[in-house]
Design a protein. Structure first.
Length: 87
């Protein structure tokens, strides 16, 4: 399972949706970054493959960061998002 996490301006909590396949996660990541760069889209609606019927609509101008990471086990733990200086 892959998580796509959006950081929103002035919000302490990220918005997260998940994809089962790496290819689907990469496509969604690209869709979000394209919307941020081009700025021609006002809203972006995202769905989650893990939680059925989970939908979020985001104002594109409020997205300040997007990241993708892989869940490492079914117990719910995941790789630490972001970048780490540890080996």
């Amino acid at each position: 399972m892959y998580s796509i996490e959006l950081t929103i301006k002035l919000s302490p909590l990220p918005l997260i949706v998940q994809r089962k396949e790496h290819g689907g996660a990469k496509r969604l990541y690209s869709e979000v970054t394209d919307a941020m760069q081009k700025g021609n889209q006002r809203f972006l609606e995202l769905t989650c493959e893990k939680v059925e019927d989970k939908k979020i609509t985001v104002l594109v101008s409020e997205i300040i960061a997007v990241q993708i990471y892989e869940k490492t086990s079914s117990s719910g733990s995941s790789k630490r998002p972001g970048f780490s200086l540890q080996n």
